[in-house]
Design a protein around this ligand. Sequence first.
Ligand SMILES: [Zn+2]
Length: 165
Amino acid sequence: MQQKRIALTHQKIARYRKDWHYKIAHWLVNNYDFIACEDLNIKGLARTKLAKSILDVAWGNFLTKLEAVAVKRGVWFVKVSPHGTTVNCSNCGHKVPKTLSVRLHECPQCNLKMDRDENAAVNIIKKGWQIHGVGLIPSACGGFVSGQPVKQETSEKEYVQLSLF
Ligand SMILES: [Zn+2]
C-alpha cells in the first residue's frame, strides 16, 4: 500500500514535470530567437549520491525536450562549455573566483556587480553567440535576432535565466 502510494506519487510528479517542461520549452521558443545553455555532464552528475542528482537528471531531460522543441520551430539552440561561466566577469572577462556561498559577482577590474547566476547566464549567452552567431545582435526584448538591434525603451532583461528545478 505504502509502496503503491509512493509509486503513484512519483508518477504524478513525473507527469507534472513533463507537462511543465514542455510548457517552459514552448514559452522560451515563442519568446526567444536564440537559446544557449551549459553543456553539463548530466550523466556524470547523476552518478553522485547527492539529492541534487535528481534535479540534474530533470534538468537534462528538460534540455533534451527544449532542444527538440527549438529545432522543430527553427530557433537556435546551442550548448556551451560550462568552463569559466561562473568565474569570468561577463563584462570584462576578468577572473573572479568565488565559492558557492558567494552569491554576488563583484569585479575588481570593471566594478560590475550582479547576481552570480546572472553573470553566468550572460557568459553562457555570449559563448553561445560566439559559437553560433555570425551577424547576431542582442535584441532589446530577449534572445538574439539577426539584423539591426531593435531600439526600444525597456527595462526588460535581454535574456532569461533558468535554474535547476
Ligand atoms: Zn569585470
